[in-house]
Ligand binder design. Structure first.
Ligand code: AMP
Length: 553
């Protein structure tokens, strides 16, 4: 396909306002692309390599301006191009207006080929630019770009310039291309979607859909060495999790950077970031660790965590100092150590696990990797979730992740099967007005604490109850609290005591609900002890009016 024809079609697509019509125009273009199909798909998405390939053209705007100016003739300078860009706001419009394509100075650059540019030629030339490194490569890139612009009329020049600067912006996103592949080759969208998730190669998937139909798409496998999009999490609460699933898998949420480790025992071990960039060279400890520990081909999903000498987690910023680092890796390794915390497994020894439930993937992970697997507990008890969260926070981690043990791995999806439960942003300062004696090991201590807000309603009592908190409190803290609260006991009824208001707790919670259970008319869902507010007395506690405002928000 000639690049000029492609550009005309893309022009139609760009100016079409109706989404469905855009999909049909793209589908028609794919249908006619013939052997150029993979290239056409890539160029439509503004790429010259598949999404998982981190190769970039490495051509800055000023080089592109230089090449455009040269192709536009002796009266135009790179500064003119930059100025026009400032006005137009978009390189395509500038390139289109420059009257390139005059084939100026072809002989001087040894370009004697008068054939029209084809999509494949544009693609291949841009790819070879991407591969050019070393001294003088930037000048060679400008020469080569000049050669291309020199053969491009205004409309093709518009898209060529946008491709060079990775700014295609024709309103065709990945979803449109997915739908267009399905429409063009009469295959189900779901099958295209799955193949895309597995390969991240739109060109290759389009060819499969056309040549092999649905069976071909279904047969697409993971490949060790080719990264997969990471499954993502939504924000959610313990209540959401226990309501939605029979049981909840609870894991520590590490404050590090996502990594996907691809290990081939006979070959390489590679590490990819959440965006599928190759970060292998920056994280030699993780490469060495997995290469040593794993003796089958595997794709492992996890978090790279910076740790101090005693293995305690360091803040996220420390991992960033290591991530993507190209120079001085050995020295940085001395300064900031990085460890793997593995939490999922997508492939082991020839078996793809994307469609297996989490509990099975975890089993395979534990068999494959003897250590560095993040501990997981399965429960349907919100208190246990809160306890795990308190432990995770105490150990310096970010919080917990809640996962559906029966869910498959859905690459690239921010679905409802993984919930990130970060600590509450908002906490309340509430007065302890009652308590209950504990049971078993905690029988000698006051355990569950009754919480009250200041009652500032007209005619209200001093304090109005709003909930009970029992979770998030260590044994040591419990002993200390009992000692402080016992002298405040005013009345005892069975195991329940009422207390003179004195001590103020800072309490986290997931939600405030209207409820007849407590005097305030509200109840906290999943309250969690955060701290004793030593600096506050009962008169400084949060008032009901604040709680009413929070409910209204
Ligand atoms: P966020 O970046 O806030 O959207 O949270 C999701 C991220 O948490 C994931 O992409 C991981 O990098 C990270 N994470 C930390 N610990 C875990 C875990 N146990 N399971 C899944 N993701 C985790």
């Amino acid at each position: 396909m000639d690049f000029a024809d492609f550009a005309d079609r893309v022009d139609d697509i760009e100016t079409e306002p109706a989404d469905l019509e855009v999909t049909s125009l793209v589908a028609a273009l794919l249908d006619e692309a013939g052997t150029d199909l993979p290239v056409v798909v890539r160029l439509l998405l503004g790429r010259i390599v598949p999404a998982w390939d981190s190769t970039t053209l490495d051509v800055g705007p000023s080089r592109c301006h230089e090449a455009l100016a040269r192709a536009a003739g002796p009266n135009v300078t790179a500064d003119d191009v930059a100025e026009a860009l400032a006005e137009a706001g978009e390189i395509g419009a500038v390139a289109e207006s420059l009257d390139t394509g005059g084939q100026r100075g072809l002989a001087a650059f040894g370009e004697t080929d008068p054939d029209p540019l084809t999509v494949v030629e544009v693609h291949d030339r841009l790819r070879s630019l991407a591969a050019a490194h070393g001294s003088g490569s930037q000048d060679r890139k400008v020469d080569a770009l000049f050669g291309l612009f020199n053969r491009a009329d205004p409309v093709p020049a518009r898209y060529l310039a946008r491709l060079v600067l990775s700014e295609m912006r024709i309103g065709v996103g990945e979803g449109t291309v997915r739908d267009a592949i399905a429409e063009a080759f009469d295959v189900p969208v779901d099958a295209v979607e799955r193949a895309l998730q597995v390969t991240n190669d739109y060109g290759a998937v389009a060819v499969r859909a056309r040549d092999e139909g649905r069976p071909g798409l279904d047969a697409v496998d993971l490949s060790v060495g080719r990264p997969v999009r990471a499954m993502l999490a939504q924000a959610g609460t313990a209540a959401d999790a226990v309501e939605a699933w029979d049981a909840v898998a609870v894991e520590t949420k590490y404050d590090g950077a996502r990594v996907q480790v691809h290990h081939d025992p006979g070959g390489e071990t590679a590490v990819y970031s959440r965006n599928m960039a190759d970060v292998t060279d920056a994280l030699p400890e993780i490469v060495e660790f997995v290469a040593d520990a794993v003796d089958v081909p595997a794709i492992i999903d996890g978090e790279a965590l910076a740790v101090d000498v005693s293995g305690d987690p360091l803040p996220f910023q420390e991992v960033l100092r290591r991530f993507r680092r190209k120079h001085d890796v050995a020295r940085m390794r001395e300064e900031v150590a990085v460890e793997l915390r593995a939490f999922d497994c997508l492939h082991v020894d020839g078996t793809d696990l994307l469609d297996a439930p989490l509990h099975e993937r975890r089993e395979r992970l534990e068999e494959t990797l003897p250590s560095a697997v993040s501990p997981l507990s399965v429960t349907d008890d919100p208190d246990e979730i809160a306890d795990r969260e308190a432990d995770a926070l105490d150990a310096g981690h970010e919080g917990v992740m809640l996962k559906n043990p029966d869910a498959t791995y859905t690459p690239g999806k921010r679905g409802r099967n993984w919930l990130k439960r970060k600590p509450d942003v908002e906490t309340l300062d509430l007065v302890v007005t009652g308590a209950e004696w504990g049971e078993g090991r905690r029988a000698n201590h006051l355990g569950t604490f009754l919480l009250s807000a200041r009652d500032d309603r007209a005619g209200g009592d001093d304090f109005a109850t709003i909930g009970k908190v029992a979770t998030g409190i260590s044994d040591e803290r419990l002993a200390d609290l009992s000692e402080r609260l016992e002298p405040l006991i005013r009345r005892q009824d069975g195991t329940e005591v009422s207390l003179t208001p004195s001590v103020v707790f800072e309490v986290g919670y997931e939600e405030i609900q209207a409820s007849p259970t407590y005097g305030s008319g509200y109840a906290l869902r999943f309250p969690r002890f955060v701290a004793v507010r030593e600096d506050k007395g009962p008169e400084d506690a949060d008032a009901l009016s604040r709680i009413e405002r929070l409910v209204a928000d």
